[in-house]
Design a protein around this ligand. Structure first.
Ligand code: CA
Length: 237
């Protein structure tokens, strides 16, 4: 996930739609719903943008110039990095056929045009919740750690934990993938963004601060250092 610099905790969405008026409408409404939105109108460009921006979810039109939505979907499912990327397909009435109804395109859900923006954002949130439970919620709990993205508060057990903005983003990222080991480079890309030049040892500095802040609990340090690999958050529940 590449964080939106204005609010790194907004889920990011790539809208791939060649009808400009619909693309604009989707951008406006998804932005209002709290998503960080990128729009493109072409399948080939979509594949490049997905590599670059690593969106949390893709809204993908079926009929597109150059590479079709189905083909984009197929290619994304073939690659391990994007195999589980949530995809909602858009189809015009008449294009809808058994293949998309059965979702054997690999999409997670589909909507038939015209649809309401309320329905679209509800489906997007539902797909996100199913696939990445930590992403679509305001409050996430892992073990004895609770993060509130709206109030920007963190608690460990009953204790309030005070974190700087970078430590907050780091913890939020770990909370989305408990137990998973991330390299310093992966954490840099996810938390600082790939466009910003930061030395990898900066990650160690912020991990250190996060650790000190979280160590208020008798359970001790939830962050595991994996020699020559990186870091993971070990929590249960
Ligand atoms: Ca189209």
């Amino acid at each position: 996930m590449t964080p939106d610099p204005a609010n790194p905790l907004r889920p990011s969405v790539l809208v791939v739609e060649d009808e400009e008026s619909l693309a604009t409408l989707l951008q406006y409404n998804l932005d209002k719903e709290g998503f960080a939105v990128t729009v493109c109108g072409d399948g080939e460009e979509a594949l490049i943008l997905i590599d670059e921006k690593q969106p949390d979810i893709v809204i993908l039109d079926w009929m597109l110039p150059s590479v079709s939505g189905i083909e984009v979907c197929r290619r994304l499912r073939q690659r391990s990095e994007t195999r589980n990327l949530p995809i909602i397909m858009l189809t015009a009435r008449g294009e809808e056929n058994d293949r998309i109804r059965g979702l054997d395109t690999g999409a997670d859900d589909y909507l038939v045009k015209p649809f309401s923006m309320v329905e679209l954002s509800a489906r997007a949130r539902a797909v996100l919740r199913r696939i990445r439970p930590g992403l679509a919620e305001d409050q996430v709990r892992r073990g004895d750690i609770m993060i509130d993205r709206v109030a920007h508060r963190v608690k460990r057990g009953a204790d309030e934990v005070h974190l700087g903005p970078t430590e907050f983003r780091l913890l939020d990222y770990f909370m989305q993938h408990p137990g998973r080991v991330f390299s310093r480079e992966q954490l840099l890309n996810a938390v600082w963004g790939s466009d910003i030049y930061v030395e990898t040892r900066t990650v160690d500095v912020h991990i250190g601060r996060l650790r000190r802040a979280l160590k208020c609990a008798p359970e001790g340090d939830p962050i595991r250092t994996v020699r020559s690999a990186g870091y993971a958050l070990d929590v249960t529940g």
